[in-house]
Design a protein around this ligand. Structure first.
Ligand code: ZN
Length: 86
């Protein structure tokens, strides 16, 4: 098996930012302020090479189970900015 070809062909939409290249997070633990941050998982490309499928799938599963349900969403961010303008 040619490993280099295999690596080149495994590129996926980044699961952390859904291909946006940035993510929304709460600025601090008080969860009052939502901020945009660059996505480090894909270097803000929106797509990431999968170098280790097993490791990637494990990380993705953990992210979706332990972090995603608690993260601020883009709609939270939009809503917050609307409230600021009023
Ligand atoms: Zn990303």
């Amino acid at each position: 098996m040619d490993v280099s070809v295999d690596i080149m062909s495994t590129k996926e939409i980044c699961f952390m930012c859904n291909g946006n290249g940035f993510r929304t997070v709460h600025e601090d633990t008080t969860k009052t302020n939502v901020v945009l941050i660059q996505c480090l998982n894909c270097n803000s490309n929106g797509e990431a090479f999968i170098l280790d499928r097993e490791k990637h799938d494990k990380l993705k599963a953990e992210f979706e189970r332990d972090y995603k349900p608690y993260l601020a969403t883009l709609s939270d961010y939009v809503k917050q900015n609307k409230e600021k303008q009023n």
